[in-house]
Design a protein around this ligand. Structure first.
Ligand code: NDP
Ligand code: MG
Length: 383
């Protein structure tokens, strides 16, 4: 039985991870669960999986769960510190990082520091703290098994052959506004942006998919995970989301990974790696797909992708600022305080004010993250 700590168990990836675990019940034991505010769902999960420790990072929900579980053997911890303490307390075989946003940075780094492999969905950690992740991995040997479907696809394509890799090709659905004009983009509401054509995901990543920032974050994620220069990472719009990404080799061959747009497939691969196991999930029937299309991305209409490449190429603390300002911009858009097209404008504005810090530790990184959030909130006033 592999002991699993599932961080962000109440989210889209978290709940799908539990579905995968259900498929292979005899192989996995859930010992740690963490959630932010969804106490109801967490309590349901607790009664089903009987973990040893649960953590809530929102105070009211923590109190609810603490009361509900009083007298039980289960330890209930509070806050980001609680997650770190839980990881130190129980030895686990795998941490599943399914928290959304920069809140995932410290838990992910802690797991890697403890030498625990991480099945990582939380791309924001790699974007903001790629260099620190690398340093820690070199020290402890802990691995990251990507859950992000594109990076899972690339990992699978690289398994055949790691030599003569010429290029990584990341596919992007293009989001719901792929064919919108610039004028139409100005009027996009949160309600519209929250409907993704192919994937059912958390709010933040759904907005990121609509602005193409998600693909920008994934470019930086691919750079760190696979050690590939930005020049050799290409983004291709593929609206059907059937090909999850590709690797081009020097001889001109391109390997691709295909499947239904179902996150349980990459989640499972990260959980059972290096084994490929049969499951009962629906399978792709190629005869039902009439065509697979590919287009270049329009970075004029969707500048977020360009901003991510630029921040990634500059490196240092620039991607951390990109990530933090984007998180605030998405929040402000969801609160209808800025418009859809202002998301990249805000990010660009904050990036232009940042002087990258070349040598940084986790503390400095967190200060930069906070600075970027403050600046982002000042965007409206300054305009
Ligand atoms: P959700 O918003 O659905 O879930 C986020 C999870 O993190 C929830 O369990 C939530 O708790 C918890 N959480 C939220 N804020 C905090 C915080 N401040 N501290 C601790 N925990 C917190 O997101 P997704 O599952 O969609 O995404 C999770 C990660 O996976 C993201 O980084 C995303 O980019 C990545 N990813 C997601 C994909 C998808 O298909 N959904 C695909 C590829 C990558 P609660 O619910 O209790 O509030
Ligand atoms: Mg992805």
């Amino acid at each position: 039985m592999r002991k699993i700590a599932l961080l962000g168990s109440t989210g889209s990836i978290g709940t799908q991870t539990l579905q995968v675990i259900e498929e292979f019940k005899e192989d996995f034991e859930v010992v740690i669960l963490s959630a932010h505010a969804n106490s109801q769902l967490l309590l349901q999960q607790v009664s089903k999986y009987n973990p040893q420790i649960v953590i809530l990072t929102e105070e009211k929900s923590y109190n609810i769960v603490k009361n509900a579980l009083s007298g039980k053997q289960i330890k209930v911890l509070y806050g980001p510190e609680g997650i770190l303490a839980a990881l130190e307390e129980i030895q686990v075989d795998l941490v599943v990082g399914a928290i959304s946003g920069a809140a995932g940075i410290k838990p992910t780094l802690k797991a890697l520091e403890l030498g625990i492999d991480v099945a990582l969905a939380n791309k924001e950690t790699i974007v903001a703290a790629g260099a620190l992740v690398r340093q820690i991995q070199e020290k402890t040997g802990a691995r990251i098994l990507p859950v992000d479907s594109e990076h899972s696809a690339i990992m699978q394509c690289l398994e055949q052959e790691k030599q003569a890799v010429a290029k990584i090709i990341l596919t992007a659905s293009g989001g719901p506004f792929r064919n919108y004009s610039k004028e139409e983009l100005k009027k996009v509401t949160p309600q519209k942006a929250l409907k993704h054509p192919n994937w059912d995901m958390g709010k933040k990543i759904t907005i990121d998919s609509a602005t193409l920032m998600n693909k920008g974050l994934e470019v930086i994620e691919a750079h760190w995970l696979f050690n590939v220069d930005y020049e050799n990472i290409q983004v291709v719009i593929h609206p059907q989301s059937i090909i999850h990404s590709l690797v081009e080799y020097g001889d001109g061959s391109i390997l691709a990974q295909l499947g239904l747009p179902d996150m349980r497939i990459p989640i499972q691969y990260a959980l059972t790696y290096p084994k490929r196991r049969s499951n009962s999930f629906p399978k792709l029937d190629l005869t039902k797909i009439n065509s697979l299309e590919f287009f270049p991305p329009d970075t004029e209409k969707f500048p977020s992708l360009k901003l991510a490449y630029e921040a990634g190429k500059i490196g240092y603390t620039m991607p951390c600022v990109l990530n933090a300002s984007n998180e605030v911009a998405v929040e402000l858009f969801l609160q209808e305080k800025i418009s859809f097209i202002e998301i990249p404008m805000l990010v660009e504005w904050v990036l232009s004010k940042h002087v990258p810090v070349k040598n940084f530790d986790l503390e400095t990184l967190m200060e930069v993250d906070l600075w970027a959030r403050r600046e982002s909130r000042a965007y409206k006033l300054a305009r």
